[in-house]
Every structure is written in structure tokens, then in C-alpha cells.
Design a binder for this molecule. Structure first.
Ligand code: ARG
Length: 461
């Protein structure tokens, strides 16, 4: 008979049983489920709802169930529906009818809300560890390439020269924001819903605060209806994970572009690339492509749960059982992608000469020439037009601005003197952009220092 079978006269239809059952995926919550049950039973003992002896027997039984599930020795049954009822069933098989007292003052509704919070809290911490490793890899690359000249783009057209270190720091900034978001989400997630009961709390004198403290929560949730039906904490994690994936996807896209023959800025290590079954010459950036592709899954997970939640009346509805697979998939996908990206970046070869050569092309010092004229009191808008005409001239002659003889430059603007060649050199152009947050080597080094301080604040190292 089902644990809830008292008022039923017939067995569940086999199809319906299969349809309800979530054990195939929520078995993943067994540790959280048992930790929550142990804290609940201990509190029932202290509060005098159970005798100390009963609480002890239940707790010992729960520990042995946990041990057996961990070792794959316990059989989890589809018919027992979910992890909560499977654990209770296993417990009662072991400790006898005292096991049936565990569920006093509790519902699966507050139980599952608790389990998912405990699970996501731990996974948020793991995700932060992986983010930290990726940020460290980016900071190391930024340091190494603080003076590696590189082309900067807008519209994927050459725009202004930068340093490669600066480019890496852009990603470090994105992932630091992700770290901040996860830290923030964790803070709001960290409240215990236990004691909310099915929807309306309980008549037993539960000590909610004590259980919360035991499970390392910052406090208890405010309202029992919300306590059982709120999944904001999961949505916030999913939203943060979706942004992590979006950032990883952009980085992946650049890795894919940069490793193409057309760009030739980097070569991926053999260990992080794959070949083709037909074209012997191929070395493909599959890892980066998969990361880019998996971004869609995590967006899907976020939208799936948002859609499940939309329009749900208070309080618990079985729709909420659909939260778990989205959460698990997003956790697994984001963590796997974060994990592989750090070594992929660390092991790639950067072609500095090629980057510098490309940084000299495409009139990327045109703004610098306009700035040069502006410093000589030519209004910037006029300077822009003058340089535009010079770019046109260079296009016809097939040369760069700095290849034009002084006389030709002066014909365009009398203010130009022979110091212009230094002003137009790649190195001058980049080094001059030392505004905070800019690409000059010293600005990049300052940004690395600021990023390390932010890491310390968010992560403690
Ligand atoms: N397996 C359920 C879930 O994941 C547990 C809560 C079930 N509660 C209920 N009243 N049917 O949401």
C-alpha cells in the first residue's frame, strides 16, 4: 500500500504511477533529504514531540539508510514515488513503526523545498569554485599579455588597437559579476522553509529556528504558503547560470574565430581540440562549440521553470515537481563548461606577432591621428573629417597612415609636425590609453589588482 493509501480503495494505475514518479531523478537529493530529516527528528526529540529514545532510533536508522543509498545497496522504488517516501519506507523497514513518526509536523511540500535549497546552496558554492578557477586563469593570461598588442573590434571590424590582456580582462569582469550574482542568490536562498508544513504550518511546537541553525541557514522563511511554493531561489540560480553560459558562449565564439586560419591568433592545444573523420588536415575547436551550443540548454532550463511557475495558485501544486530536472541540468551543464574552459585557455598558444601585425592594419590609429589634431586645437569634428580623407587617400595608395610622407600629411592639415609618426605608432596608441579601465599595460595591471581585490571580497581569495 502507498504511504498515503488510507483513503484509496483501488491501486494506482500503472501508467499513472509511472507518470507521478520522480525517483528516477530526485534520488539525487537523498543526502539533503536525509540531512533535513535528521535535523527534523532531533528537533522533535528536543521539543518533546518524540521521546529522546525514539528520535535517536530514527536518526540512527536514517544514517544507515544514507550509508546504503551511498553504496548503492538500497533499492529505490518507482512505486514509492519520490525520494522522500523512499527514504521513509526504507527507514521504517529498518527501525520498525517508530519510523512512521518521522513525518510528524512535516509535509513533503516543505521537505522538498528544503531539499532543493540545501542542494542548490552546495551547488552554488561549487559553481563559485569553478568560476574562481576560470577567473584566475583569465587574470594570469591578462598578466602575461598586458603588453601583447592586439586589434580591438567593433562590428567585427578593426577599430582601435588594444592589448590582449585587456581583452581577457573584459571576460574576467563578466565572470566577476557572475560570482557576485551567485553570492547574492545564495544569500536569499539560505532560509529554511521547514515548518511550513503542507501549506499552513503545523500544530506541533516545532522549533524552526533551531532546525535552520542546525542546517546552516541564516533563518527561516516568513510565510508558510510561500515557503512551500516559492522557487525564486532556483530561478535566481538558473538566471545566474544562464548569464554564466552567455559569457562562456561569447568567449567560445572568440576562441573559435581566433583559432581559424583567417584570424590565426591562437592555436588550441591538441588535448582540447578534435579532428575530422574525413578531412585529415582538420583540427576543430569542438569544446568551444559545445560550450556555445550548451548555452541554449541552460536558457531552456530557465525558461522552463519560469513557465512552470507562471500562473500557479498558492500554495503547493504538483507542477513544482518539474523544477528539479531543469535545476539539475543547469547545474551540470554550467559546471562542466566552467570546468573545461580554464584548462583550454591555459593551454592554448597565443601568436603574439600575428596579433601585433593585425593590430597595425586597418587604420586602427585613425582615431589617434584625429586626437593628435584635436590636441593641436583642431576641433575634433574637423579632425575626424581630415583623417577620413587621409584614410581614403591611403586606401587608394595601398598604404597605412604612418607611411604617408610628412608633406602629404601637412597638405591635409598644416598642424601636423614630424612628431606625428611617433603619435601614430602602435605602441604609443595603446600606451596612451591609460585611463582607468583602458587597454594600456599599466591600466590593465591596475585592473588585475582591482579584480583580485573583488575576488577576495566575493570569494575570499
Ligand atoms: N515529489 C514531490 C515534488 O518533487 C514532492 C512533494 C509532493 N507533494 C505532494 N503533495 N504531492 O514536488
Amino acid at each position: 500500500m502507498k504511504l498515503w493509501g488510507g483513503r484509496f480503495e483501488k491501486d494506482t494505475d500503472a501508467l499513472a504511477e509511472d507518470f507521478h514518479s520522480s525517483i528516477s531523478f530526485d534520488r539525487r537529493l537523498y543526502e539533503q533529504d536525509i540531512a533535513g530529516s535528521i535535523a527534523h527528528a532531533a528537533m522533535l526529540g528536543r521539543a518533546g514531540v518524540l521521546t529522546p529514545e525514539e528520535a535517536e532510533r530514527i536518526i540512527a536508522g536514517l544514517r544507515s539508510v544514507r550509508e546504503d543509498i551511498a553504496q548503492g545497496k538500497a533499492e529505490l522504488e518507482k512505486g514509492a514515488e519520490d525520494i522522500h517516501m523512499n527514504v521513509e519506507k526504507l527507514l521504517t523497514e529498518r527501525v520498525g513503526s517508530v519510523g512512521k513518526k518521522l513525518h510528524t509536523g512535516r509535509s513533503r511540500n516543505d521537505q522538498v523545498a528544503l531539499d532543493l535549497r540545501l542542494f542548490l546552496r552546495a551547488e552554488t558554492d561549487k559553481t563559485k569554485d569553478l568560476l574562481a578557477a576560470l577567473i584566475q586563469a583569465l587574470l594570469a593570461l591578462a598578466e602575461e599579455h598586458a603588453e601583447t598588442w592586439a586589434p580591438g573590434y567593433t562590428h567585427l571590424q578593426k577599430a582601435q588597437p588594444i592589448t590582449l590582456g585587456h581583452h581577457f580582462m573584459a571576460y574576467a569582469a563578466m565572470f566577476l559579476r557572475d560570482m557576485d550574482r551567485l553570492t547574492d542568490a545564495r544569500r536569499r536562498m539560505n532560509y529554511s522553509p521547514l515548518g511550513s508544513g503542507a501549506l499552513a504550518g503545523t500544530t506541533f511546537p516545532l522549533r524552526r529556528e533551531e532546525v535552520a541553525r542546525e542546517l546552516d541557514f541564516a533563518g527561516v522563511t516568513l510565510n508558510s504558503l510561500d515557503g512551500v511554493s516559492d522557487r525564486d531561489f532556483a530561478l535566481e540560480f538558473l538566471a545566474a547560470a544562464a548569464l554564466v553560459m552567455m559569457h562562456l558562449s561569447r568567449l567560445s565564439e572568440e576562441i573559435i574565430l581566433w583559432s581559424s586560419g583567417e584570424f590565426g591568433f591562437i592555436t588550441l592545444d591538441d588535448a582540447y581540440a578534435t579532428g575530422s573523420s574525413i578531412m585529415p588536415q582538420k583540427k576543430n575547436p569542438d569544446v568551444a562549440e559545445l560550450v556555445r551550443g550548451k548555452t541554449g540548454r541552460v536558457y531552456g532550463d530557465l525558461v522552463a521553470l519560469l513557465t512552470v511557475m507562471k500562473g500557479l495558485p498558492l500554495a503547493y501544486n504538483k507542477d513544482l515537481q518539474e523544477d528539479k530536472e531543469s535545476v539539475f541540468d543547469a547545474v551540470d551543464t554550467a559546471q562542466k563548461c566552467l570546468l573545461i574552459m580554464a584548462p583550454l585557455l591555459r593551454t592554448m598558444t597565443v601568436h603574439k606577432e600575428r596579433l601585433a601585425a593585425e593590430a597595425k592594419k586597418g587604420f586602427m590609429n585613425a582615431t589617434d591621428l584625429a586626437d593628435y589634431l584635436a590636441r593641436k586645437q583642431v576641433p575634433f569634428r574637423e579632425a575626424h573629417a581630415i583623417v577620413g580623407r587621409l584614410v581614403l587617400l591611403c586606401g587608394q595608395k595601398g598604404c597605412a597612415l604612418e607611411d604617408l610622407p610628412l608633406a602629404e600629411l601637412q597638405a591635409a592639415a598644416a598642424e601636423i609636425e614630424d612628431d606625428v609618426y611617433d603619435a601614430l605608432s602602435l605602441e604609443t596608441c595603446v600606451r596612451a590609453r591609460r585611463v582607468p579601465g583602458g587597454p594600456a599595460p599599466e591600466a590593465v595591471r591596475e585592473a588585475i589588482g582591482a579584480a583580485r581585490a573583488e575576488m577576495k571580497r566575493l570569494y575570499g581569495e
